[in-house]
Ligand binder design. Structure first.
Ligand code: HGY
Ligand code: MN
Ligand code: MN
Length: 407
């Protein structure tokens, strides 16, 4: 069994966490922000130090390749280095750094590998600024470069403008389209309380729930808060509050693991004595069943349109992101389980309530995910924390599973 270099992995985690660090101990690295670009440059450097052949594709996926001369199917692993606003230091970053550490350890121990291997930092997994999973969707041919370039961020910039501003040197063609991975493995923190509650060291993911994001623009009328009678108002925020209540009620009513969130809300002009004229909000609905997601989506569309008429406001409504539920590959889950047993670690099979690039990669490759425990189940928060030995265990499970597949 191979053991990765513990202190080196933890050291790179500390170094990467400095980039985009916030005062509360969290990290903010939105897609193609200066901080995320700096993180990508750090990853490029680290891959070079690890002796990998580095490729940066047209949407700024960063790919480090080992044993590239081998003619057999690529074995890929990785995650993302972009984060949410004031998120944690492990979400995504841990999987990328452990992937690089695994390949670096293979190279150092001169293990005979029968396949080329790639460690990947996918572009824009989180979808805070631009709609989610652009990197893996492009890498798997789900979205064209033209469509990626045209994506508009919540700040109004297009993906293309942000790429140009980043000054990242990009290759002209998609490395992963030319070298389609036969297998993809992703190591990630659980971002929930299950492993900690059950005292298990490793999570073997069986399925990832689906996510549907719907963006609603509400166009009322900005008027004077003092002189406008209550029955003459077109109050966009009042209408938004009905949508927020409805999303919560619908999620509770649909049950079966449904979760509905409105985390993005923009009020214009956002002044205490002006009736809100414009509101923009994004609904995030999730469920492990595509049918329930479709049902929720149609009920939301119906409610928004009906209520808009009553409230005399204009609305624009569009699907912002659609990430269908994905089952992981059984044979990969069994292999992860076998390796975890060999390493003498405890495990349990489980669902992922968080989305991951693995749900997209599953469309073209045999795919598996490995989880390590999150303290108090916290994530997408500066409180995100995972114990050092759990981080090492997860990296060893990833490395040994990769080695078994790549022999
Ligand atoms: O939102 C998610 O589930 C993931 O963190 N992108
Ligand atoms: Mn993540
Ligand atoms: Mn995340």
């Amino acid at each position: 069994l191979l053991h990765i270099n513990d202190s080196r992995l933890l050291n790179t985690l500390d170094e990467l966490s400095e980039i985009g660090a916030t005062s509360q101990g969290g990290v903010t690295r939105l897609c193609l922000s200066d901080d995320e670009v700096e993180a990508k440059r750090y990853i490029i450097e680290l891959m070079k130090r690890a002796g990998l052949e580095v490729h940066v594709d047209p949407v700024a996926n960063v790919i480090g390749v080992l044993n590239s001369a081998a003619e057999t199917k690529l074995v890929a692993c990785g995650s993302h280095v972009d984060t949410v606003i004031d998120g944690g230091r492990y979400d995504g970053s841990y999987g990328v750094l452990a992937a690089i550490e695994a390949l670096r350890s293979f190279k150092e121990s001169e293990i005979k590998l029968g396949h080329p291997l790639a460690a990947i930092a996918f572009a824009n997994e989180e979808g805070v600024r631009f709609p989610a999973m652009v990197g893996s969707k492009y890498a798997t041919g789900l979205i064209t470069l033209k469509d990626v370039f045209a994506l508009r961020g919540t700040d109004g910039a297009t993906f293309e403008e942000a790429l140009t501003k980043s000054k990242l040197e990009l290759e002209s063609d998609s490395f992963l389209a030319k070298h389609i991975p036969g297998t993809y493995l992703e190591l990630h923190i659980e971002q929930g309380p299950v492993l900690e509650n059950e005292g298990k060291q490793i999570g073997i993911v069986e399925n990832i729930v689906g996510t549907r994001q719907i963006e609603v623009g509400i166009h009322g009328s900005a008027d004077h808060a003092g002189t406008t009678p209550m029955d003459a108002r077109k109050d966009a925020l009042l209408f938004a509050s009905k949508i927020i209540q409805f999303v919560n009620k619908l999620s509770l009513e649909l049950g079966k693991g449904s979760v509905g969130t409105i985390g993005f809300l923009e009020v214009t002009p956002n002044a205490p004595n002006v009736i809100p004229g414009e509101v923009r909000l994004i609904i995030d609905f999730r469920n492990s069943s595509a049918n329930i997601i479709d049902l929720a989506s149609s009920k939301l569309n119906e409610m928004v349109k009906d209520t808009a008429n009553k409230d005399r406001v204009q609305i624009s409504i569009r699907q912002r992101a659609d990430l269908p539920p994905a089952d992981m590959t059984d044979s990969i889950a069994s292999l992860i389980q076998e390796i975890t047993d060999d390493l003498g670690l405890t495990w349990r099979r489980m669902q992922s309530g968080a989305g991951h690039d693995a749900m997209i990669m599953r469309r073209i490759a045999d795919t598996g995910m490995i989880f390590v425990p999150s303290k108090r189940g916290k994530s997408h928060s500066p409180m995100e924390e995972t114990a050092g030995d759990d981080l090492i265990h997860g990296a060893n499970v990833l490395a040994n599973t990769l080695m078994k597949i790549s022999k």
